[in-house]
Write a protein that binds this ligand. Structure first.
Ligand SMILES: NC(=O)c1ccc[n+]([C@@H]2O[C@H](COP(=O)([O-])OP(=O)(O)OC[C@H]3O[C@@H](n4cnc5c(N)ncnc54)[C@H](O)[C@@H]3O)[C@@H](O)[C@H]2O)c1
Length: 251
């Protein structure tokens, strides 16, 4: 019996990076997993690897900024896998740029994916969770949603929004048996961290050294936290912010 057996999880942005690691760990712990992403080829590869290992998983093409996509995907997931009773709003983009150089179009695009995508996920998945009288929503924020960082006005605003939207939804949904929590990683070794290093002109070693623990995190560090929040082990936890940062915000 796995830690999330009997549950169906929908993971957005699951084609690569953190989302892909989260999908695998949830599947290994017994959940049926819907992997969704705008990028279909790696998403289908991720599902093929999971099903080859005997897990129950399916891929759904999905742009998290599109309300029509959310309606379709939630219906398709319900028909194919049941639920969903766990939602991981993971899809996101990162852009580091000085406040006076960022274009309004880039600002809006980032807000659309990182904030509107999370709002739409909660809007379309929580009615089903309410019917089932159980649910766990896990929103990917960041340390950038907790502390100020140069060049992070847009990204920080988006992740700060995710932090407080999580608490608002947690208050609204507590009576319905739905828990809502946010996760706040520092750098995790994915393409997003590669971009962070490149834009800041830093080597991987310099990025590692930003974390008191001496290195950035791995996608599985986030997957362990998500698995805990998805499981009944965290049944007393809602509206919380789980920080996974190698000591970054304790400095
Ligand atoms: N990697 C880090 O250092 C780090 C740190 C803190 C928080 N986070 C957050 O964790 C989450 C995952 O990050 P990651 O490092 O795995 O990123 P990543 O760039 O490796 O993967 C992001 C995934 O999201 C998908 N995506 C992008 N736009 C989409 C859209 N409109 N609709 C659907 N899917 C879309 C991409 O195709 C990709 O598969 C993000 O929300 C990110 O902000 C990451």
């Amino acid at each position: 019996m796995g830690r999330v057996s009997g549950k169906t999880a929908l993971v957005t942005g699951a084609a690569r990076g953190i989302g892909r690691a989260v999908a695998r760990m949830l599947a290994e712990e017994g959940a049926k997993v819907a992997l969704t992403d705008i990028d279909t080829e790696p998403g289908e590869e991720a599902v093929a690897a999971l099903t080859a290992d005997g897990h129950d998983a399916a891929f759904f093409e999905h742009d998290v900024t599109s309300e029509d996509d959310w309606s379709r995907v939630v219906d398709e997931v319900q028909s194919a896998l049941g639920g969903p009773d766990v939602l991981i709003n993971n899809a996101g983009i990162y852009q580091i740029e000085p406040v006076d150089e960022m274009s309004v179009d880039d600002w809006r695009r980032l807000m659309d994916i990182n904030v509107t995508g999370v709002f739409l996920g909660m809007k379309h998945c929580t009615p089903l969770m309410r019917e089932q009288e159980r649910g766990s929503v896990i929103n990917l924020s960041s340390v950038a949603g907790l502390v100020g960082l140069s060049g992070h006005t847009a990204y920080g605003a988006s992740k700060g929004a995710v932090r407080i939207m999580t608490k608002d939804a947690a208050m609204e949904l507590a009576d319905d048996g739905i828990r809502v929590n946010s996760i706040h990683p520092a750098y995790i070794d994915t393409q997003m961290a590669d971009y962070g290093a490149e834009v800041q002109g830093a080597t991987k070693e310099e990025l590692d050294a930003m974390h008191p623990i001496g290195h950035m995190g791995e996608p599985d560090d986030v997957a362990y936290a998500v698995t805990y929040l998805a499981s009944e082990e965290s049944k007393f936890m809602t509206g919380s912010e789980l920080v996974l940062d190698g000591g970054f915000t304790a400095q």
